[in-house]
Design a protein around this ligand. Sequence first.
Ligand code: KG4
Ligand code: ZN
Length: 340
Amino acid sequence: MNILGIETTCDETSAAIVSAGEDGAPVLHANEVLSQIAEHAAYGGVVPEIAARAHVEVLDRLIERALAKAGMRLADLDGIAVAAGPGLIGGVLVGLVTAKTLALVGRKPLIAVNHLEAHALTARLTDSLSFPYLLLLASGGHTQLVAVKGVGQYVRLGGTIDDAIGEAFDKVAKLLGLGYPGGPEVERMAEGGDPERFALPRPMLGRREADFSLSGLKTALRVEAERIAPLAERDVADLCAGFQAAITDVVVDRARVALRSFADVAGHPTALVAAGGVAANGPIRRALAALAGEAGLAFVAPPLNLCGDNGAMIAWAGLERLRLGLVDDLTVPARARWPF
Ligand code: KG4
Ligand code: ZN
């Protein structure tokens, strides 16, 4: 079974091809990802109109390249999977219309994939993990703790009531004059910093529900930054280190709470899984690995190139859905919002 996956929901354009053999084991043949970071950097965030146009310009070429790398033609595919949301609607439409056209012309099944579901299932592509597992999904637009019970079976155990974790990293980076996207910049600056110089809050720590709130932490950091301005490089490093340490503490505490409530909804988890762009963060990964170890669970996080947005995760989620007979017709809509 060979599936083409198309991703255009945010600022990465991607086309990938994933297969599963008779034994169900996945093979990733190609994962062409073109980031638009340079186009958006000057604005400190993604500009929807620029994003949509950039997807239009490169998507066809990326699909051709993915097929060439896999040594396949349209006729060799068994399905066309596409992220139909949630995301920036202009970009989602670019991917969806392209996928519908290929499905129609090539007479292939169309699989409309929820982008968040794709992040959630990536660990099964990379680590052949079995259900159920606890997922921390943390990206620029989403922060959720989810019991993943099966394909299409997700129970939300907690989420953010204000900023997403990646968004908080991005906003802090902007505030400190660092580049976009902020996560990798803050992580890099934090390496040389003193995490204890500034006493930053750990919002929601100890609460019984597995929810997050990050706006207070961001505000506390802004107050500190304004108090000591103008900022020297050392100050920026210490603020980054303090912020990253606070977020890490919060993430571990919230994940611990979610693990406690997991049994009530899904039995015993096989693993703790981190997904989404924030899962690329070294200290957060290490802290979650330690928490999983304490709980006697495996810790799984996709390799760095599969943490951020990519077509491989869409192709894989499409494959998982197709083998359960979950396909869509050509009327399936693009969705800006699509809880999962
Ligand atoms: O999943 P993703 O590529 O796109 C969305 O669907 O949002 O996640 C991007 C987010 C951005 O907010 C980015 O700053 C954050 O993930 N991110 C990180 C790191 N790398 C990316 N946050 C913290 N540390 C990182 N190393
Ligand atoms: Zn994403």
